[in-house]
Design a protein around this ligand. Structure first.
Ligand code: CA
Length: 259
């Protein structure tokens, strides 16, 4: 039985799709031991469902799957997730299969058998290029609250709110989907563990703490503050809502150099 820990959402999330038990286990433990957070699916259908449920940075995709052609999985994923790094793992060595894999949207391929260190080196190279190409993520402004995700800072009227690590993580997940309903399962999976099946009481406690700290910060500021609302959706989860702005349409990201 796997231990239900190693819950660091800042690790890169890898969706591993492999029906072979030995290879799957080997890759899963290799990735886990090298700062990746893998989730292992054995079929194409379960991988597509998992990718729709939670965000992933990397897809490691076996082409020979029991339920569908890996190339179709690659095409679906590429259509839905243009930024996903897709590496095809294949026993097929014919050039035609490799070309088909790349045409289906894969960024790279590895021919089995391959060593985990080669896989890790390829991933590092891709992710380095990816990071350089990705635009800098700007802080998100929600009324008077600014959430700076890369810096892990949350400020109200430029005063930092001392959130606990998990409170910030929960706020981050909600901020990335502002205006959308986020299920308790998604929050548990992204903030605590990708395979959480236990009690979600810890989420309730964290949410109470987050709401209290935001309210306390607003009170301590000594002037009116427009804060986003964390709405509880019964039987589902939560939704972060931008404060309504009587002065006009709500701003999105603060402009660079704006006062
Ligand atoms: Ca296979």
């Amino acid at each position: 039985m796997r231990t239900p820990s190693v819950p660091d959402p800042r690790r890169l999330r890898v969706l591993l799709v492999e029906d072979d038990d030995t290879i799957g286990r080997h890759l899963e433990s290799g990735l886990r031991g090298h700062d990746y957070a893998p989730t292992w699916c054995r079929t194409g259908a379960s991988a597509l469902a998992e990718a729709a449920r939670a965000p992933y940075e990397v897809l490691l995709l076996d082409l020979g799957l029991p339920d569908m052609d890996g190339l179709d999985v690659a095409r679906h994923m590429r259509d839905r997730l243009p930024d996903l790094l897709i590496v095809v793992l294949t026993a097929r060595t014919d050039d035609i299969d490799i070309i088909a894999g790349l045409d289906a949207g894969a960024d790279d391929y590895l021919t089995k058998p391959f060593s985990i260190s080669v896989l890790l080196a390829r991933l590092r190279a891709h992710l380095r290029r990816h990071a350089m190409a990705a635009p800098a993520r700007e802080p998100v402004r929600l009324g008077d609250l600014v959430v700076d995700l890369p810096a892990r800072r949350c400020t109200l009227h430029d005063v930092e709110i001392p959130l606990r690590a998990k409170e910030f993580d929960v706020l981050s997940v909600l901020t990335e989907r502002v205006g959308e309903a986020v299920s308790r399962e998604t929050l548990m999976a992204e903030v605590w563990d990708e395979n959480w099946f236990g009690s979600t009481k810890t989420l309730d406690v964290t949410m109470v703490g987050l709401r209290r700290r935001l309210a306390e910060a607003a009170e301590a500021g000594g002037r009116p503050a427009r804060l986003p609302e964390i709405t509880t959706i019964r039987g589902h989860g939560y939704r972060l809502e931008r404060p309504s702005d009587p002065a006009g349409p709500e701003e999105g990201h603060p402009r660079k150099g704006a006062p």
